[in-house]
Design a protein around this ligand. Structure first.
Ligand SMILES: C[S@@+](CC[C@H](N)C(=O)[O-])C[C@H]1O[C@@H](n2cnc3c(N)ncnc32)[C@H](O)[C@@H]1O
Length: 443
């Protein structure tokens, strides 16, 4: 291991050696957790950056700081045919991760006891790197980002996250308090967890730290919850501008937030379509970094600054946001259903809605932070059925629409091809915003 503050790394290692994270039971499968699969699926960030739908088969994925391997398992499920490589500095965690993937019958996997700073020694290059819930522990974040960058293929994508200093302020306060009481001098275990629980129980309910970091279910909670929050060692917080500075220092480009739909500043206003003038005029002028910064200052509710990043200048100039497409773009476009929605359950639910003529609530499966569920009128939804078999040119969906609705329901006049095209464009644009559908221009 390189000389990256060895004392701190050893302290972190011990923390996870005695308490590997997460403690998810070995037999638990993420198979039905479509939200997790959606954001661990390579298709999602690749589409966001390249506007292309990639096939994860034979791609090489690294889970850096894999812990007990539950996220490695999600990565394996979400990306059929990909090779999964996991690394972690804790021997015990690596053993559990290996067992977990083996238990779930994933064989194209390898796990190594290795520090993130030593990644180049593996001699591998990756299409995707997941470094979840670990960067904020490290003494040298830029060094860790650079190490990941050095093993990332040119078109590769890194997903990682930092703790938010604004959202997590009270926990940093708790960590300082319990460090002052000597609970984290050596590796905290059952005894120290009990001291935290006793302290919190004994405090008056109105005490600020208790209000902000405690609730009654913590009293009976697994010790892991306290160890990962009140007693977490080497935990640090960052702001959006700090996150961008780290990326610049590591010479990486920001791609997007992983939960990008949860960082939309206009969603914080009562009437997004009717913003105060200063906001309405100012927002379109500012960078994504500034928008995210405004969001965190207005509403710091996200524990993680969870983001994707890429090598510099890797966003192709040919990428045009769908809302700016011209008729010629639509003419050559193909529609893909997001692979995470291509399940027999979602298909059966859709058929059921068609039979009962009920709206199909597509946001049931992959959730989004809108006040209203995203639903599709059942007659329109029937147009999408072929997507469960294979991608379709937009033109075919228009033809299908014309067969289903040849006449206007009020005037009984024949529906023109242009009108059908507009209807389909409207539907596809609405669903593409959430990546339920992915649109590719193929000339
Ligand atoms: C909070 S756990 C997260 C585990 C997993 N990524 C997840 O999200 O479920 C942090 C993990 O990072 C590992 N870790 C910490 N420092 C590391 C380093 N320098 N190199 C590799 N792994 C490290 C720890 O051993 C621990 O297993």
């Amino acid at each position: 291991m390189e000389n990256k503050s060895p004392d701190i790394l050893e302290k972190i290692r011990q923390q996870y050696e005695t308490s590997p994270y997460p403690r998810t039971p070995l037999d638990k499968s993420p198979q039905d957790d479509l939200n997790s699969l959606f954001m661990h699926n390579l298709v999602t960030p690749y589409y966001l950056n390249y506007q292309k739908v990639i096939n994860p088969e034979d791609k090489v994925i690294l889970d850096a700081g894999c812990g007990s391997g539950y996220k490695s398992l999600i990565l394996a499920h979400a990306n059929p045919g990909a090779k999964i490589v996991g690394i972690d500095i804790s021997d015990e965690s690596v053993n559990l991760a290996r067992q977990r993937l083996h238990y779930h019958k994933f064989e194209n996997v390898e796990f190594h006891v290795l520090s993130i700073y030593d990644l180049p020694s593996l001699g591998l290059e990756f299409d995707y790197i997941n470094a979840d819930e670990m960067l904020y522990l490290l003494p040298d974040v830029v060094g860790a980002l650079q190490a990941m960058k050095s093993v990332l293929k040119p078109q590769g994508i890194i997903r990682t996250n930092l703790h938010s200093s604004l959202q997590r302020a009270a926990y940093f306060q708790a960590q300082e308090l319990f460090a002052l009481m000597g609970l984290t001098e050596s590796n905290p275990e059952d005894l120290e967890v009990e001291v935290v629980k006793e302290t919190m129980k004994a405090l008056k309910d109105g005490v600020n730290l208790k209000v902000k970091t405690w609730n009654s279910h913590y009293e009976k909670a697994e010790k892991e919850v306290i160890l990962m929050n009140h007693l977490l060692q080497s935990d640090k917080g960052y702001t959006i501008p700090e996150m961008f500075s780290l990326l610049r220092a590591a010479d990486l480009d920001f791609l997007n937030m992983v939960y990008w739909r949860y960082w939309e500043v206009t969603d914080l206003f009562k009437e997004p379509e009717n913003l105060p003038v200063v906001w309405a005029m100012g927002l379109p002028e500012i960078s994504l970094e500034e928008r995210l910064h405004l969001y965190e200052l207005l509403h710091p509710v996200h524990r993680l600054l969870d983001f994707w990043c890429i090598h510099p200048s890797q966003t192709p100039s040919s990428v045009i946001p769908v809302k700016q497409w011209q008729a010629s773009d639509w003419q050559v476009a193909w529609v893909h259903l997001h692979p995470q929605l291509k399940t027999s359950q979602v298909w059966e639910d859709l058929i059921q809605c068609l039979k009962e003529q009920k709206p199909f609530v597509i946001s049931r499966y992959i959730t989004v932070p809108t006040l209203n569920p995203v639903e599709i009128d059942s007659t329109v939804a029937a147009c999408l059925l072929p997507l469960w078999q294979e991608p379709q040119p937009v033109r075919s969906l228009v033809e299908r629409w014309l067969k289903m609705r040849p006449l206007h329901p009020v005037t009984l006049e024949p529906v023109s091809k242009e009108t059908a095209f507009e209807e389909i464009k409207h539907l596809l644009s609405k669903l593409e915003v959430f990546l339920y559908l992915l649109l590719e221009r193929c000339s």
